[in-house]
Design a protein around this ligand. Sequence first.
Ligand SMILES: [Zn+2]
Length: 104
Amino acid sequence: MMTLEHVRRRQKIQYNKRRGKYIQLVNDYLGLCPYCQCDIRSNYTIDHIVPMTSSGGDGIDNLVPCCSGCNSQKNSLSLVLFLGTRTTNNVERYWKKVGNWYSV
Ligand SMILES: [Zn+2]
């Protein structure tokens, strides 16, 4: 039988796994928001390149860490429009990811 203790323990493991994945992402982006280059090491949000609502998945390839300001601005614009408001281009890995989605 599944006790509350079991459920809590499992939730904690899942949370830690997800958190580990996110911290890895932040490190991959050198601790900088790929959109505005601000420092996101202590405070970041996770952005879905292709929104979950548009069939984007929850896989690592569809996730980008960014600051909350950029995340909320991006949510209200399409990615192409949003990127037009940004001049950053020095996070190669980000462009590689976005290129994969938008080159076809
Ligand atoms: Zn930002």
